[in-house]
Structure formats: C-alpha cells, structure tokens
Design a protein around this ligand. Structure first.
Ligand code: SF4
Ligand code: SF4
Length: 164
C-alpha cells in the first residue's frame, strides 16, 4: 500500500486534465440517477479497498472540525472543549478548525481511529463519493483523488460506467 500511495500522486496528476474535463461535462449534463449510480460505484470500490491498510487521509489531510464535533469528542475524552481545542486544534488561513498536527493524533499504530465512534463528521463522510448531488463537489474530488486510492478508483469507474 505504501508504494501504491507513492504512485497515487503521479497517477492523479496524469489524470487531472481528463478528470477535470469529465467533471465539467458532469456538471453540464448531470444524469438523473447520478446519486444511485454513485452509491453503487462507491460501495463496489469500498468492498475492494481496506482503509486500515491505508489511513492516508488521517496521515496527510485530516478533517475540518465543527463545534458539534469538538463538543462530542471532548465529552468522550472527559475534557473541556477549550482544552481539546488547545491540545489538538488550530484555526487555519480559511478560518476553518483543523488538526494542529498531522498525522492525526488519534490514529493508532494499527491505522485505527482511537475516537472512531465519535470521530468528526468529515471523517465519517470522507472521501464523500457517496454524497448526494456529487456533481457539486467535483473540485474537492479532483484534489481527493491524489490523497485517497478509493476516490481515485471511484472516479476511474465513473468514467467507464457513466460515459458523458
Ligand atoms: S478513505 Fe481513502 S485515504 Fe482514507 S483510509 Fe480509506 S482509502 Fe485511504
Ligand atoms: S479523528 Fe480518527 S478518522 Fe479522523 S483523522 Fe483522526 S484518526 Fe482519522
């Protein structure tokens, strides 16, 4: 998996223009049943990919934290939200609340999330390839294909199964 992750950035870079053109078409002529097709492709890809062999999202990007995330996780850790913020989070240049350091402090040595049951909403939803109205998050996905092998594979499958 390490080799595959090293190759992923190059593969994604090579596909960038092709993916961008495809997504531009997708936004202009979105198939009526896109949500259903995306769910099928997402499920099929995630049957083949084991996130525990990867954890690249937790190692290299990390989520945005909402106030609800901060409150839920700090309660679970039995510390005050402000203490949780001071220990692990910062405000970035876009004024989003993000991890202070990467890899994520809560990723253990087996690639498991130590706060899995209460993890941020953005972690639960990453890489967002089963999101409704997928055509609205193509800019985000263009970036995610260089981080997430599953997102890369979903986009490759989309181009085959949903020709535009
Ligand atoms: S969501 Fe993607 S980047 Fe994150 S662990 Fe799974 S395959 Fe890897
Ligand atoms: S909170 Fe858990 S799922 Fe989210 S980035 Fe950290 S280790 Fe990964």
């Amino acid at each position: 998996m390490v080799n595959r992750l090293q190759q992923l950035q190059k593969l994604a870079k090579d596909k960038h223009n092709e993916n961008k053109k495809y997504f531009d078409k997708l936004k202009k002529k979105t198939p009526k049943n896109l949500d259903y097709q995306m769910q099928d492709i997402h499920d099929e890809v995630f049957k083949r990919i084991d996130c525990l062999e990867c954890a690249n999202c937790c190692k290299t990007t990390g989520p945005l934290f909402t106030q609800q995330d901060v409150e839920r996780i700090s309660k679970y850790l039995k510390i005050k939200p402000q203490q949780f913020f001071d220990n692990y989070l910062r405000i970035d240049e876009d004024k989003d609340t993000v991890l202070k350091e990467l890899p994520c402090h809560f990723l253990d040595f087996e690639n498991k999330c130590m706060i899995y049951d209460v993890r941020p909403k953005a972690c639960r939803e990453y890489p967002h390839t089963d999101r409704k109205k997928f055509q609205q998050i193509t800019a985000l996905t263009l970036n995610n294909v260089s981080i997430c092998p599953a997102a890369y594979e979903v986009v490759e499958q989309m181009k085959k199964k949903i020709p535009l």
